[in-house]
Design a protein. Structure first.
Length: 87
Protein backbone atom coordinates (compact mmCIF):
# COMPACT_ATOMS: atom_id res chain seq x y z
CA UNK A 1 0.00 0.00 0.00
CA UNK A 2 1.49 3.34 -1.01
CA UNK A 3 0.97 6.43 1.07
CA UNK A 4 -0.55 9.40 -0.69
CA UNK A 5 1.52 12.56 -0.26
CA UNK A 6 -0.41 15.49 1.22
CA UNK A 7 0.30 18.73 -0.65
CA UNK A 8 1.98 21.53 1.31
CA UNK A 9 2.83 25.14 0.58
CA UNK A 10 6.42 26.15 0.06
CA UNK A 11 8.50 26.99 3.13
CA UNK A 12 8.67 30.59 1.92
CA UNK A 13 4.89 30.87 1.67
CA UNK A 14 4.41 29.11 5.00
CA UNK A 15 6.79 31.56 6.70
CA UNK A 16 5.02 34.56 5.14
CA UNK A 17 1.63 33.15 6.10
CA UNK A 18 2.73 32.54 9.70
CA UNK A 19 4.20 36.05 9.97
CA UNK A 20 1.05 37.63 8.53
CA UNK A 21 -1.10 35.66 10.97
CA UNK A 22 1.15 36.65 13.89
CA UNK A 23 1.01 40.33 12.88
CA UNK A 24 -2.77 40.14 12.56
CA UNK A 25 -3.07 38.61 16.06
CA UNK A 26 -0.82 41.32 17.54
CA UNK A 27 -2.90 44.07 15.91
CA UNK A 28 -6.13 42.52 17.20
CA UNK A 29 -4.69 42.32 20.73
CA UNK A 30 -3.53 45.93 20.56
CA UNK A 31 -6.97 47.06 19.42
CA UNK A 32 -8.55 45.18 22.31
CA UNK A 33 -6.11 46.77 24.76
CA UNK A 34 -6.89 50.20 23.29
CA UNK A 35 -10.64 49.61 23.66
CA UNK A 36 -10.18 48.68 27.32
CA UNK A 37 -7.96 51.72 27.89
CA UNK A 38 -10.49 53.98 26.16
CA UNK A 39 -13.25 52.61 28.40
CA UNK A 40 -11.14 53.30 31.50
CA UNK A 41 -10.38 56.86 30.36
CA UNK A 42 -14.06 57.52 29.64
CA UNK A 43 -14.94 56.38 33.17
CA UNK A 44 -12.35 58.81 34.62
CA UNK A 45 -13.69 61.58 32.36
CA UNK A 46 -17.24 60.93 33.57
CA UNK A 47 -16.07 61.08 37.20
CA UNK A 48 -14.28 64.39 36.56
CA UNK A 49 -17.34 65.78 34.78
CA UNK A 50 -19.48 64.92 37.82
CA UNK A 51 -16.90 66.49 40.18
CA UNK A 52 -16.86 69.65 38.04
CA UNK A 53 -20.67 69.90 38.04
CA UNK A 54 -20.76 69.44 41.83
CA UNK A 55 -18.13 72.15 42.28
CA UNK A 56 -20.01 74.41 39.88
CA UNK A 57 -23.21 73.99 41.94
CA UNK A 58 -21.29 74.80 45.13
CA UNK A 59 -19.78 77.94 43.61
CA UNK A 60 -23.18 79.05 42.29
CA UNK A 61 -24.59 78.73 45.81
CA UNK A 62 -21.75 80.85 47.19
CA UNK A 63 -21.29 83.48 44.46
CA UNK A 64 -24.52 83.31 42.46
CA UNK A 65 -25.24 82.11 38.96
CA UNK A 66 -24.53 85.50 37.39
CA UNK A 67 -20.76 85.34 37.95
CA UNK A 68 -17.80 84.20 35.88
CA UNK A 69 -14.60 82.96 37.52
CA UNK A 70 -11.28 83.49 35.75
CA UNK A 71 -9.58 80.10 35.93
CA UNK A 72 -6.09 81.62 35.90
CA UNK A 73 -6.46 84.34 38.51
CA UNK A 74 -9.57 83.29 40.45
CA UNK A 75 -11.06 86.74 39.83
CA UNK A 76 -14.85 86.83 39.98
CA UNK A 77 -16.72 89.07 37.52
CA UNK A 78 -20.29 89.67 36.57
CA UNK A 79 -21.35 87.53 33.62
CA UNK A 80 -22.04 89.45 30.44
CA UNK A 81 -25.73 89.75 29.76
CA UNK A 82 -26.84 88.08 26.56
CA UNK A 83 -29.08 90.21 24.44
CA UNK A 84 -32.27 88.53 23.39
CA UNK A 85 -32.81 88.46 19.67
CA UNK A 86 -36.33 89.47 18.69
CA UNK A 87 -37.72 88.06 15.50
Amino acid sequence: MSEKKVPTVSKEHLTKLQEANKDFAIIQKNLGDMAIHKHQILKVLDTKRTEFKDLEKELIEIYGDDKVINLESGEIKEAEKKEEVKE
